[in-house]
Design a protein around this ligand. Structure first.
Ligand SMILES: NC(=O)c1ccc[n+]([C@@H]2O[C@H](COP(=O)([O-])OP(=O)(O)OC[C@H]3O[C@@H](n4cnc5c(N)ncnc54)[C@H](OP(=O)(O)O)[C@@H]3O)[C@@H](O)[C@H]2O)c1
Length: 281
């Protein structure tokens, strides 16, 4: 039977992705191992990491020590900017797989669209997918023109585009394009990295629905068809962030949250050469 942790969406290649996963950015290896184990033992079935996070070994250890069967888990990792290019990607993929200690990866993403290399990188991901080393392939931080380029090159539509997405940055045009092309949006930094305290509108809604602000935000995502991967090291917060399937925001309140958009980033923004345009600690 499906529950809060296994309810999900069917991606455009038929793979199931839970609506809720655990993000592990900025967790050192040992912390990631503990958080992943805790999350899996408390019901989570999707984990989001990246080679850039430097904690793939920890994530692998958390998966192994959780006792949860491998085929119940959807593990996402990503190829970092400096590893991109066709051959480099195949090599980097293998290194990630070894660090994670896994035979296959569920979802492999191009972390950023680096102008000089992302098209070749995508071809390499298609190759890995066709060989069966990954169950699904997708992208992250892609704009519409980047998505169009890889689709045009290969005819393979990314299953997801993982982007910074929250009430102050709701990516409406990108989301519309993604819906038309059956690309699922996954929200990174869905909780604005915890910096939602200056948003009284969200507190009023939290009071109205008798929920916490994170639950209001994550529920808004869910009702918009957006997958969420909030990061926390705390078991109570992992559970709190999952309690979003038993209430519904009224359409007028969805609109109120939509109206908070300011196109404002809380995460770093890179240019097409991988240089940091905006660095946010
Ligand atoms: N593709 C990309 O380029 C990209 C970029 C950034 C992030 N990501 C992915 O997206 C994931 C999530 O994004 P993020 O880590 O940047 O930020 P986030 O999930 O928006 O926020 C994480 C922060 O919120 C706190 N938090 C979590 N649940 C809470 C709750 N219920 N109540 C109060 N505070 C809570 C956490 O603190 P505690 O840990 O102390 O609980 C942490 O400080 C990452 O971990 C990573 O997997 C991807």
């Amino acid at each position: 039977m499906k529950n809060a942790y296994t309810m999900g969406t069917t991606l455009n290649n038929g793979v199931h992705l839970p609506w809720l996963g655990l993000g592990v950015y900025k967790m050192p290896k040992a912390e990631a191992a503990k958080a992943v184990r805790t999350a899996l033992q408390n019901g989570y079935r999707a984990i989001d990491t990246a080679s850039f996070y430097g904690n793939e070994e920890g994530v692998g250890e958390g998966i192994q020590s959780s006792g949860i069967p491998r085929d119940e888990i959807v593990l996402t990792t990503k190829i970092w900017n400096t590893d991109q290019g066709y051959d480099q990607t195949l090599h980097a993929f293998d290194e990630s797989r070894k660090r994670l200690g896994l035979q296959y990866i569920d979802l492999y993403l191009v972390h950023w669209p680096i102008k000089a290399t992302f098209r070749e990188t995508w071809r390499a991901l298609v190759h890995l997918y066709r060989l069966g080393f990954v169950r699904a392939i997708g992208v992250s931080n892609f704009q519409i023109e980047d998505l169009e380029a890889v689709i045009q090159d290969t005819g393979v539509v990314p299953v997801i585009n993982q982007v910074e997405h929250h009430p102050l940055l709701n990516n409406q045009a990108l989301h519309f394009y993604a819906n038309v092309h059956n690309i699922r949006i996954v929200a990174w930094s869905p909780l604005l990295r915890g910096q939602y305290t200056g948003l009284p509108t969200l507190y009023k809604l939290a009071q109205k629905y008798q929920r916490t602000v994170p639950q209001i935000i994550l529920r808004w995502d869910l009702q918009n068809g957006v997958v969420v991967i909030p990061k926390t090291t705390h078991k109570e917060r992992m559970i709190e962030n999952a309690q979003i399937f038993d209430f519904t925001l009224e359409p007028k309140d969805m609109q109120v949250i939509d109206n908070l958009n300011q196109d404002r980033h809380f995460g770093s923004v890179l240019d097409s050469d991988g240089r940091t345009l905006v660095r946010i600690p």
